[in-house]
Design a protein around this ligand. Structure first.
Ligand code: GAR
Length: 211
């Protein structure tokens, strides 16, 4: 008999190329027994919702604008995810700061992808293209991506996987972003989700051990 699938929600705010990488991995049978049950967007009209619709996955908008505080938004988010029986939450370009209640409801069950090698170029204000602008301003020769569990401290949770990517002298923030997505994010995010769904990730003292 087939085992119950891990119900995954992917939270998005934009184009959703990382969501697409997860959808493609699922189609290839590479999500380790996970199933994307819900795609939740922080605003209407984002292309990620179209990707969900094209793949026959339930999409939903929970607009940040409709809530007056981060706490009120977080409460609604937790209630929605619990109603849907979600077991793993993936932040894939979700540009909203979530509150305390979310971490309590999903301890070591929220995964984020960050477009740099944490602890470089991370924390408050480091999101999207800003991350790559900062990396180029510093002149680093190598950047990359990190997938980590989410904790209350921004970008400081236990690291699951990282992948390095070369920086080229003629890179712009846009070309570097693209290369990091292609060579790192779209590979390590589905892999981390698969490892989670196979029950192969153990967190001890803020470190992740993979079995
Ligand atoms: C990705 O590069 C992701 O790592 C980044 O936003 C982009 C979303 O692209 N996330 C952050 O910066 C979070 N701090 P996508 O919508 O095409 O997946």
């Amino acid at each position: 008999m087939e085992q119950n699938k891990t119900r995954i929600a992917v939270l998005v705010s934009g184009g959703g190329t990382n969501l697409q990488a997860l959808i493609d991995a699922q189609a290839r049978g590479e999500l380790g027994g996970g199933e994307i049950s819900l795609v939740l967007a922080s605003k209407p009209g984002v292309y990620a919702l179209e990707r969900a619709a094209n793949a026959g996955i339930q999409g939903m908008v929970l607009a940040r604008k409709a809530y007056e505080s981060a706490d009120a938004y977080t409460k609604a988010l937790v209630a929605t995810l619990q109603q849907e029986g979600i077991e793993l939450v993936v932040l894939a370009g979700f540009m909203i700061i979530i509150g305390e209640e979310m971490y309590k409801a999903f301890p070591n069950r929220i995964i984020n992808v960050h477009p740099a090698l944490i602890p470089s170029f991370c924390g408050q204000g480091f999101y999207g293209l800003h991350v790559h602008e900062a990396a180029l301003a510093k002149g680093v020769k190598v950047s990359g991506a990190t997938v980590h569990f989410v904790t209350p401290e921004c970008d400081a949770g236990p690291i699951i996987l990282q992948k390095a990517v070369d920086v080229h002298e003629d890179d712009t923030p846009e070309t570097l972003q693209k290369r990091i997505m292609q060579e790192a994010e779209w590979k390590i995010l589905p892999l981390a989700v698969s490892l989670f769904c196979q029950g192969r990730l153990k967190v001890e003292n803020n470190k992740v051990y993979i079995s």
